[in-house]
Design a protein around this ligand. Structure first.
Ligand SMILES: NC(=O)c1ccc[n+]([C@@H]2O[C@H](COP(=O)([O-])OP(=O)(O)OC[C@H]3O[C@@H](n4cnc5c(N)ncnc54)[C@H](OP(=O)(O)O)[C@@H]3O)[C@@H](O)[C@H]2O)c1
Length: 331
């Protein structure tokens, strides 16, 4: 099935792929990239106060000549300059040059000040005033959603979260919770296995699937996210890649393909956890060694802490082992 729309809990529909402006910077080149995305066929633009390029996106939107109804625009309350939600949405609308956005999100739970219920009331007012067709959240965990839902008059339509194969295991309960509560999930940074963590276990199945289907690895990852029933928020500075992203909507992965990527992601996640534990142990060992060295040099060690030669050799060997292990993992 090609990229399509997903029905939100408030009756509106959202295109299930978006072009994000986070990494575009600002100025003319930013406008050009949004312009390029719209011209290849993206009709969903995802921006935020904190990306500082709503204005540039707005120029591209205006220059596209598209009818407002033919574009889906998301922006986020990022607490920029300490402004409140009401002031921020009006600033965002001015920047974007539109009368309303389709979706307005609280960028992160820590920005929901003074607390989630109070901030959500202000979001409900944004919707009631017609400044956003839909309201939602981003980076909310289950506990945050529980607090919000306990007092919400309007349910959040969507929660935009980090989702790629190396975090899918830990994000699955959150996705399930959202789906159980009829909240759509938007996935960002789906391409992390290519952009920030290449060389991991996910590379194998992604390459195999890409070869079998004669497509690019990034297309496989986008198709993987789509298969999870989420809205994909991605980006590229390159026209050919953007065309590839849109074409990825036609890739139908088998359940086995999706499982293979999930399983490889779980292996990668376990390795990362093990690395973190070893790194922390190495740092702790280093700190102990330094303290021990300083104390014994200055003669501060009480006799009960003085070690026999064999014990201190063992301590040094353990410390050196952890330091070497940490160095190997880093480089
Ligand atoms: N709500 C939040 O907190 C939050 C956080 C992060 C992001 N987001 C949203 O999500 C959007 C996308 O985020 P993202 O940039 O992290 O998404 P992404 O889709 O994971 O990565 C996009 C990047 O992947 C690169 N890429 C594509 N194929 C590649 C390949 N084969 N090898 C190496 N690099 C490749 C592209 O580089 P080229 O430009 O070179 O093609 C592009 O910069 C953001 O713009 C923003 O709108 C939201």
């Amino acid at each position: 099935m090609p990229w399509d729309v997903i029905k939100l809990n408030d009756g509106t529909s959202i295109p299930n792929i978006a072009f994000g402006t986070w990494t575009l910077g600002n100025g003319q080149q930013s406008t050009d990239k949004v312009d390029q995305a719209i011209s290849v066929g993206f009709n969903h633009i995802d921006t935020a106060q904190s990306y500082r390029n709503e204005y540039e996106a707005g120029i591209a939107i205006k220059e596209s000549g598209l009818d407002r109804n033919d574009l889906y625009i998301t922006t986020k309350y990022s607490g920029l300059n300490g402004l409140d939600i009401e002031t921020s949405i009006n600033n965002s609308l001015n920047n974007l040059g539109v009368k309303y956005v389709d979706l307005y999100l609280i960028h992160h739970p820590r920005l929901a000040q003074p607390d989630i219920p109070t901030a959500w009331k202000q979001m409900e007012k944004v919707k009631a005033d017609g400044l956003a067709k839909s309201i939602g959240v981003s980076n909310f965990q289950i506990a945050d959603l529980e607090i919000l839902l306990a007092s919400a008059k309007v349910k959040p339509a969507a929660n935009q979260i980090l989702l790629h194969p190396y975090v899918v295991g830990r994000q699955t309960p959150l996705i399930q919770y959202a789906f159980d509560n009829n909240i759509a999930i938007e996935a960002y940074s789906v391409l992390i296995p290519l952009t920030h963590q290449p060389g991991g276990p996910v590379d194998g199945p992604v390459k195999d699937i890409a070869t079998r289907l004669d497509v690019k690895p990034e297309q496989v990852l986008l198709a993987w996210a789509k298969a999870k029933g989420v809205i994909v928020v991605t980006s590229s500075s390159k026209k050919e890649r953007l065309e590839g992203y849109l074409a990825a909507g036609d890739i139908d992965l088998t359940p086995e393909d999706v499982n293979n990527i999930d399983n490889a992601g779980a292996i990668g996640a376990r390795r990362m956890t093990a690395r973190t534990v070893i790194r922390r142990a190495a740092i702790a060992a280093l700190i102990v060694a330094v303290i021990f060295g300083i104390c014994s040099y200055m003669g501060f060690l009480p006799s009960m802490f003085l070690l026999h030669i064999s014990q201190s050799n063992a301590l040094i060997a353990t410390v050196v082992f952890f330091i070497l292990l940490a160095l190997k993992l880093y480089f």
